[in-house]
Design a protein around this ligand. Structure first.
Ligand code: PLP
Length: 305
């Protein structure tokens, strides 16, 4: 039996249903997270990656949306651990917490409504091709501006922007989109942050560039600093720098570390996965599965030893 956490209880997943009149369903005001848990066969353990960091972001975003959900960070981690145990998950899995206003009322506002949170598990598999790399298109759709729908917050409505860009890329025969911000600088992918390597330097758009403050982005910065002794330059990144980059990769909970081998029909580097990207992937995939002692702090164990 697959369970979901819904309206304060663990219920069979197929019974976790919202009313069509649910306010957040109409106005995109739900706040959500995407979390991965990785199975380690040797340890016979399921590790949730960055559980606290994800719930910290969720709670901050909820607060900004006047959505005071009735659980604190530790309670949310506990509920998630319990859900994974109940579902007896012994493989890689994706976890989707979603907070929303459950009122059956039709006014697009954020106050005087009742917040609720649901959490369910999803068999995601690989989101993008991490082994061969992907072909991307600079989108004709611009990233949401911070003063319209903040990209910094993981709010459902902001993903209309992502869906438009991703769809345009797919219809045009590419795997993913890169969106520019309203100022014309590189922001991010439809569900990923972006890094380039140029002349031995690693560069990523700064937080001020209208991007989501990615948790994987921070993890990659740590790996670069600790393991490759490289600092990341965070600044405005011009579109033209993409075409002359030596390497490009995208990061995200779903995307993990995905190499970009082509942008707008121009090969990046020699069109193969770059050396720094490869090294980061090797480190990341070991760290998330509990294979590097130094990064065990990133993980929450689901099963008791
Ligand atoms: C628009 C966008 N940018 C970046 C990311 C990467 O964020 P994280 O690494 O926290 O998953 C995501 C995924 O959640 C996203 O949806």
């Amino acid at each position: 039996m697959e369970y979901a956490f819904f309206e304060g209880k663990y219920v069979p997943a197929e019974e976790a249903k919202i009313n069509i009149k649910t306010n957040s369903f109409h106005y995109g005001t739900a706040v959500f997270e995407g979390i991965r848990a990785y199975w380690n066969e040797e340890h016979q353990q399921l590790y949730i990656l960055f559980a606290r960091e994800h719930y910290h972001r969720l709670l901050k975003n909820c607060k900004a949306m006047f959505m005071e959900i009735p659980y604190d960070l530790e309670e949310l981690v506990e509920i998630t651990v319990e859900l994974l145990r109940k579902n007896q998950i012994r493989e890689d899995v994706y976890i989707r917490p979603v907070a929303y206003f459950k009122d059956l009322k039709l006014t697009p506002k954020l106050i005087d409504y009742t917040p609720e949170i649901a959490i369910y598990t999803y068999n995601f598999g690989r989101y993008l091709d991490t082994s061969k790399g992907i072909r991307v298109k600079v989108s004709s759709w611009r990233r949401n501006d911070d003063n319209s729908i903040p990209s910094r917050w993981k709010v459902a409505g902001a993903y209309v922007n992502s869906a438009l860009a991703k769809t345009e890329a797919l219809i045009s025969g590419y795997d993913e989109a890169i969106m520019l911000n309203q100022q014309g600088f590189v922001a991010e992918g439809s569900g990923e942050n972006l890094f380039i390597v140029r002349g031995g330097k690693v560069i990523t758009p700064a937080y001020s560039e209208h991007i989501l403050e990615g948790i994987t982005r921070s993890a990659v910065k740590k790996l670069l600093k600790n393991e490759l002794v490289m600092e990341v330059e965070e600044r405005a990144l011009a579109r033209s720098e993409l075409y002359i980059a030596d390497e490009i990769f995208m990061t995200g909970t779903a995307a993990e570390i995905t190499p970009v081998v082509e942008v707008d029909n121009r090969k990046i580097g020699d069109g193969n996965i770059g050396a720094i990207t490869k090294e980061l992937q090797d480190l990341y995939f070991r760290a998330v599965r509990g294979k590097i002692d130094r990064y065990m702090g990133w993980l929450t164990s689901v099963y008791e030893k």
